[in-house]
Design a binder for this molecule. Sequence first.
Ligand code: G1P
Length: 285
Amino acid sequence: MKKLRKAVFPVAGLGTRFLPATKAIPKEMLTVVDRPLIQYAVEEAREAGIEQMIFVTSRGKDALEDHFDVAYELEATMTARGKPLDALDGTRFPPGAIVSVRQQQPLGLGHAVWCARDIVGDEPFAVLLPDDLMVGSPGCLAQMVEAYEKIGGNIVCAQEVPRERTASYGIVTPGAADGRLTEVKGLVEKPRPEDAPSTLGVVGRYILQPEIMPILAATGEGAGGEIQLTDGMAALIGRQPFHAVTFDGERHDCGDARGFVLANLALALKRDDLAGAVRAWLDRA
Ligand code: G1P
């Protein structure tokens, strides 16, 4: 079994749900407490042993690469002023550890992943959707890697979702279950509640085999008129092992303002330096 070394971060979206905040900055640079959303996903990947982060970007997303670069002027100035550089921990990567490729048209998540095919090459890879902020110890991808090292194949992260919300998720047709591991017998993107095969929803973490790439190249438009990763994955079922891992932790859907505000509160309440003040304010509000 090949070791998992690479991760794809689809970050090309326009972030229209967050306008006006995202008019001039990428959605993934919005901060939860004190770091941008993308940094949580990158730190999670690094914890899981990922060596190369592949950003699938678009025009106007340069800030994402800058964030993980060495900011020479900033560091030199801070050092000259005797300021420690630890506030920059988790953001300084050597050349080659963060690479990017552009998705030139917004054709969907499956297309975004396919755009990374040459960088991924012939090895398994992870996909992390930064909108899903996963809080757990070990982290979400690390939990999936632990399962992957035992069973191999393809793995999605899954979570029970309310039936009325199935149209927002990829939904699993579950097979045999063993603890947190469930065999995936089928996958369908955003079914209506009455059509959903279960309420086991896919959340934004995946470990996939490279054979998905030629499948995605041939995948036509699916739900919402987009090339869906779910449809490509569905075509792999039966050819390769496919499982879902239920995450032991908390997920915050930062795809809209509600989830984003709640993520800020939840993470602030976990911080010793902030929890007291935040809780006191909430109690008064
Ligand atoms: C994407 C996937 C969907 C998955 C979801 C998880 O949808 O297409 O299968 O369940 O992420 O967050 P999106 O939220 O981009 O519409």
